[in-house]
Design a protein around this ligand. Sequence first.
Ligand code: KIV
Length: 291
Amino acid sequence: MSTTFQLDTSTSRANPTPAPMKRLTVPEVRQRKVDGTTQMPIVMLTAYTARQAQLLDAHCDLLLVGDSLGQVIYGLASSVPVTLDMMIAHGAAVVRGSYHAAVIVDMPFGTYEASPEIAFASAARIMKETGCAGVKLEGGEAMAATVAFLIRRGIPVMGHVGLTPQAVNVLGGYNARGRSDAEAETILADARALDTAGAFAVVIEGVVEPIAIAITQAIACPAIGIGASAQCDGQVLVTDDMLGMFDRVPRFVKVYENIAETIGSAAARYAQDVRQRTFPGIEQTYQPRKI
Ligand code: KIV
């Protein structure tokens, strides 16, 4: 089954006609950073559904099918319980809904850490069953050999260091990382190891700004920040956070809209219409044809 976006001239709600545009490739994203400088910062947002992807696609270089979908879509307490099947279902939907951005799918906890071979089997399923452009995995030096193994076998990899949410049970929470010299050194070494292994970009999450800047300057591939620094080579946010879907958001999120309020207000007006029998009105009902 093809999962890539098809030009569809039907009137289906699921298939609006896309503006023709070539999809960005991973090498093009990597080449944004030349000799340590990125003229055009890389724009990345998370997407979990086809419709969300359609709306974000034209504005983004990368769409990340993040395992944050565990909390955002499924109401889980963390990303730890997220499965490969969940990531593949949402990854395929996002690929179907986009035609410009390169789509990257997170490898969920427990599907890549044990060995490079296990990681390859999981990543190959993600690539084959979603049509995505690459995968993202968490961890630094400990994952470098796996990253190199995947890349040598045709799977582009984005790294993720600093606050790595899949390690929440080891870290003990979601606090910013890199406050001590030792921790800062470890995160810098992690980012360097991923860069040397061939990662095409590295997400730096929740680290104190001077460390984020030092990493950005130290690695050859683009550093994509979240709770990091505007000096990173690009930025990523969880889309539902920046749209104001949740009451509680991390300090590093800038909330651009209040969609939760819009949805609540629409639902309240609909409920009132139903209870007052003012919906459906004449415009929304089918009447017998007059002969
Ligand atoms: O899962 C996710 O959404 C992520 C981003 C926050 C980087 O990993």
